[in-house]
Design a protein around this ligand. Sequence first.
Ligand SMILES: CC(C)(COP(=O)(O)OP(=O)(O)OC[C@H]1O[C@@H](n2cnc3c(N)ncnc32)[C@H](O)[C@@H]1OP(=O)(O)O)[C@@H](O)C(=O)NCCC(=O)NCCS
Length: 206
Amino acid sequence: MTEQSQTAPVDPSLAPDLAVPIADVETARLRLRRFARTDVDDLAVVFAKPEVWEFPLGRAVTRDETVEFLDTQIDQYESCGVACWLATQRATGRVIGYVGISVPAFHPAILPAVEVGWRFDPDVWGQGYATEGARAALDQSFGPLGLDRVCSLPQAENTASVRVAERLGLRHERTLTLPATDRRGPVNVAEFWIGATEWRTTTEET
Ligand SMILES: CC(C)(COP(=O)(O)OP(=O)(O)OC[C@H]1O[C@@H](n2cnc3c(N)ncnc32)[C@H](O)[C@@H]1OP(=O)(O)O)[C@@H](O)C(=O)NCCC(=O)NCCS
């Protein structure tokens, strides 16, 4: 989730083998579905708030960058069978952000892999949406997709995001610094992982 602004199409060899492509799902409060290019108007409103992209960019994201983001996610779904979902509140139909799994191409050392990530409108922070959406993503990952392991890569300084990873039961394995790109400076990434057996144990306990 550190750098979903990556714009190059993802090489399919960087994604783990999936039994099936990820499907759209619903949770108690969220409709979670594949992105469409027509989502740009709704998503650009969320991305225009600087808090949403404080990590890792330290600024808001423009409409043109939102178009690039959507292109990348849609290309990734088509090439790899996996990408994040648009998150809509079921009760209101309002687009409130995104959540789901995607290929963390910005961290080549751990590929092939998928990362569970999240980014929501500040209007709805603190209401458990990130946790709810991420649980659905992990259920899909260790259920129909047949994955063995999923990581999460919050920026180490991003307390809220680190807390979501911990709350889901992911284990912190190491913190490392990823080099700067053309969009951002170097970032400290807290590398979290969870395996299929741990996830099943966690969900049986809750
Ligand atoms: C990270 C983010 C998705 C959390 O979303 P959320 O829907 O508020 O998360 P939840 O309500 O599921 O809360 C999960 C935990 O984070 C904690 N949390 C939420 N906001 C927090 C904050 N600003 N500071 C510290 N902890 C915070 C919650 O209290 C909860 O912990 P708890 O179980 O100890 O109470 C949201 O803050 C966000 O979209 N941030 C901007 C995008 C971003 O940084 N994405 C991650 C990139 S690495």
